[in-house]
Design a protein around this ligand. Structure first.
Ligand SMILES: [Zn+2]
Length: 296
């Protein structure tokens, strides 16, 4: 493990082009925090990228702003929140990341000052270089308000007088959005696209840990409960087939930009859009922060 970490830092140091806007040592580990509304969002939208980061020695945290206690057709309340916390912890173990679940009720999240301060403290405590969350236009109000809360934390994480008991970050992190399919007011733009073909199996394994969601709640609310297979291997295969997603033509262009000709071999990818409110990165900044983006 130590050798892998050394190898990662060596690779990252080799790849890094020092950037005045980042002002970090070339071989410093990258800290990533993904912030979702529910205890499966980060896994669904960024699990493959998180596994890649983790395998390269980077520090990855998933933070869920709600406890998921409304996401089931028969269970509810504290019993459901407890089950979902255990599922999240198992998913984290499979991905090699840290998972924290805040105790706000599912389906009732509001962009309050109190929760904004919680988000600011979480980003600071993780010493985040990269923050990834939902866009503020989404079908689910918890996703929308998570996007608002994280946007509201961008910039404020560097302001010392806000939440002064937690030291402010010296530099504003790079804020990114998870991919979605919503078209209004503007469609998602895949500024960064990560080839997750090599970590896809880990992502599916992490999703499999969220049994209450993947095999019970989401199929029930989506009216496809009858399609859920029985048996461990059949379930994993079904998840891989239904959760793989398509690489859009725009994402394929982004893959070409970041990986070169080898990108044509990518079977699975996760894309991210740059938020206008944090660090506005150069291409060198992005290659430093995403050391898996290597031209072949
Ligand atoms: Zn969600």
């Amino acid at each position: 493990m130590h050798f892998l970490r050394f190898l990662c830092f060596a690779i990252m140091g080799h790849l890094c082009v020092m950037s005045p806007s980042l002002g970090q040592a070339a071989n410093s580990p990258i800290h990533i925090i993904m912030i979702g509304a529910h205890p499966d969002d980060c896994d669904i939208d960024g699990g493959g990228t998180a596994a890649l980061f983790a395998s390269m020695g980077c520090s990855v945290k998933f933070l869920s702003l709600t406890n998921g206690d409304a996401g089931h057709q028969t269970m509810k309340g504290p019993a459901l929140a407890k089950r979902r916390l255990e599922e999240a912890q198992e998913a984290a173990r499979r991905l090699g990341v840290t998972y924290e679940v805040l105790d706000h009720h599912d389906g009732q999240l509001v962009p309050s000052l109190e929760i904004r301060l919680e988000v600011i403290r979480a980003i600071r405590n993780w010493h985040a270089d990269v923050v990834i969350s939902h866009r503020p236009n989404d079908y689910h109000p918890d996703h929308r308000y998570t996007g608002i809360l994280v946007q509201d934390a961008a910039y404020m994480v560097a302001v010392p007088d806000i939440a002064p008991e937690t030291p402010a970050l010296q530099k504003n992190p790079l804020f990114l959005y998870f991919e979605d399919k919503f078209q209004r007011p503007n469609p998602f733009r895949p500024d960064i696209c990560v080839d997750i073909s090599s970590s896809f199996a880990k992502k599916i394994s992490a999703l499999d840990a969220h049994e209450s969601q993947m095999y019970e709640w989401l199929p029930w609310i989506g009216h496809y409960l009858d399609q859920v297979p029985s048996g461990k291997s059949a379930k994993l295969q079904w998840l891989a087939e239904t959760r793989g997603g398509k690489i859009t033509p725009e994402a394929r262009q982004s893959l070409d930009k970041w990986y070169g000709p080898a990108s044509s071999q990518a079977e699975h990818a996760e894309s991210f859009e740059i938020c206008e409110y944090g660090l506005q990165p150069t291409e060198a900044d992005i290659r430093h922060l995403f050391p898996m983006l290597v031209r072949h």
